[in-house]
Design a binder for this molecule. Structure first.
Ligand code: FAD
Length: 444
């Protein structure tokens, strides 16, 4: 374990809580369950090189955010006489060593539905079994786990509306309960024999992008359906990153949404719909949901893709969105839908190129929602926008940014050239016809 000194064997048994996408103490299902055992709880976070190697930006803002959040968690645990042990190594190796050094009775964590996480957790569960210890994964990241909202025949839904109806019915029957940090359990006392790694030690630099603390803005949520579609105003919650890393509780947010805005609640249900899809159809992280679309070989060029990434397509709303993404790590949902449609339908670039680019830059990157959003936009996903629905970028601009407030904000430095004067990379009508022809190869 890099950054870890020699840990003395301790005969006293203990439980481990493994933090992953649940970086908070309050209303943390697995942490409360670990504390309920009465065993002293050791809190662990692991920077996994297998995940970090996919991140290409040295000062990745998610890593800075995780790092800072871990320092706060450590401080909160130290205020309770304990500490957070942070490691930088493969989880299996970390746990093998912890089993050698401590009398670990079990590992508690919250479920993660991504394919890699499932494999990783199965391996750690196997190790626990071999050591005669317990492994418990709890539902925490969602209100309803993938298997809890299924059709009458026990199969998963492929269409959002009936899924959301069933989700809401279950929500009415079983409203989520918020649990504060259990006051009865105890944490393992802090020791001086473990050194947490710094940012540099895990191969990253500090990002200048600061994530605002989570805000449950009741007024915003109440007016969400009026403001959510206008990219120039702060009309959405910006809670995506906090939901991703668990710095807010989904149960608390869903309960508030249910009181204030059905539209906002519907977006939280989309999030769970995609978590369900990735669980039952893990192939979708790499391939289209429907096999028929696997035949499509997107012919788009790397040069067009590059222009798109730089915000140089000549379509101001597309370009503004891409600039916002690279500068801030955020892009408004309305603009995400447009830029994704533009890349796949106007430029006929492979949706995976765009998905990977978003994965590198989005602060709120969540594999399930990102793949879902990209496949929806490209018209190849579950319950997707049909392939013949092709956004007209100029019309979208007139409708959602009629006074050019958003595009001026992001393209003002381009005015020397004159943003409007930048020639569109492709003519809309031509692109539309080309796209329909392309998809007609699978939809004769
Ligand atoms: P709000 O509008 O305030 O919504 C509240 C929360 O609901 C969000 O934080 C998010 O957790 C959830 N949510 C909202 N819309 C959606 C949706 N369509 N699908 C799933 N969950 C939703 N969302 C991500 O969280 N991570 C991603 O990587 C991601 N990639 C996307 C890629 C594309 C191509 C598209 C079209 C959408 C993507 N979305 C993604 C969905 C959506 O754009 C973001 O969740 C939203 O813009 C985040 O801003 P917010 O937190 O202010 O959301």
């Amino acid at each position: 374990m890099k950054g870890n000194g020699t840990v003395q064997r301790d005969e006293n048994s203990l439980a481990i809580h493994w933090f992953r996408r649940d970086l908070r103490l309050d209303d943390n299902t697995a942490l409360n369950a670990a504390l309920a055992t009465g065993l002293p709880v050791m809190c662990v976070f692991i920077f996994d090189p297998n995940i970090l190697r996919h991140l290409k930006i040295k000062n990745d803002s998610r890593i800075t955010f995780i790092f800072d959040t871990l320092q706060k968690l450590d401080a909160d645990l130290r205020a309770r006489g304990s500490m957070l042990r942070i490691f930088f190594d493969a989880p299996l190796s970390v746990y093998e060593r912890l089993f050698q050094s401590f009398n670990v009775r079990g590992i508690w964590c919250n479920e993660d539905y991504e394919p890699y996480a499932r494999e990783r957790d199965a391996a750690v569960a196997g190790l626990c079994k071999a050591k005669g210890a317990e492994f418990h994964a709890h539902k925490d990241h969602v209100v309803f786990a993938p298997h809890e909202v299924l059709k009458d025949d026990g199969k998963p839904y492929n269409v959002f509306t009936p899924y959301s109806r069933r989700w809401l019915a279950r929500f009415a029957d079983e409203p989520p309960v918020y649990h504060e940090l259990a006051s009865k359990g105890k944490f393992l006392p802090a020791t001086a024999d473990h050194q947490n790694p710094g940012l540099r030690a895990i191969g990253f630099e500090r990002s200048a992008i600061a994530v605002p603390p989570p805000l449950f803005d009741a007024a915003l949520i109440e007016h969400y359906s009026d403001t959510r579609d206008i990219p120039s105003v702060a009309g959405t919650s910006r809670l995506g990153v906090h939901l991703r890393f668990g710095t807010v509780s989904i149960r608390a947010l869903a309960a508030l949404a249910a009181r204030l805005s059905q539209k906002f609640l519907a977006e939280l249900i989309w999030r769970e719909f995609y978590q369900m899809i990735i669980w039952y159809y893990p192939h979708t992280t790499k391939r289209p949901f429907r096999a028929i679309y696997e035949q499509l070989k997107f012919p788009g060029s790397e040069a067009d893709f590059k222009a798109w990434t730089r915000g140089e397509t000549g379509y101001p709303l597309v370009d503004a969105g891409m600039r916002e993404l690279v500068a801030t790590g955020f892009m408004h949902n309305r603009v995400r839908m447009l830029v994704a449609s533009f890349l796949t339908k106007h430029l006929l670039c492979d949706w995976r190129w765009g998905e990977h680019f978003f994965a590198q830059h989005l602060l709120d990157f969540e594999l399930a929602s990102n793949v879902g959003g990209w496949q929806w936009s490209a018209g190849i996903g579950v319950d997707a926008a049909p392939y013949f629905r092709i956004f007209n970028p100029s019309e979208q601009q007139k409708k959602f940014d009629p006074k050019n407030i958003y595009i001026d904000r992001w393209l003002k430095n381009d005015n020397f050239f004159g943003t409007e004067a930048r020639a569109p990379i492709v003519d809309h009508r031509f692109a539309r016809e080309r796209c329909l022809k392309f998809f007609s190869t699978v939809h004769p």
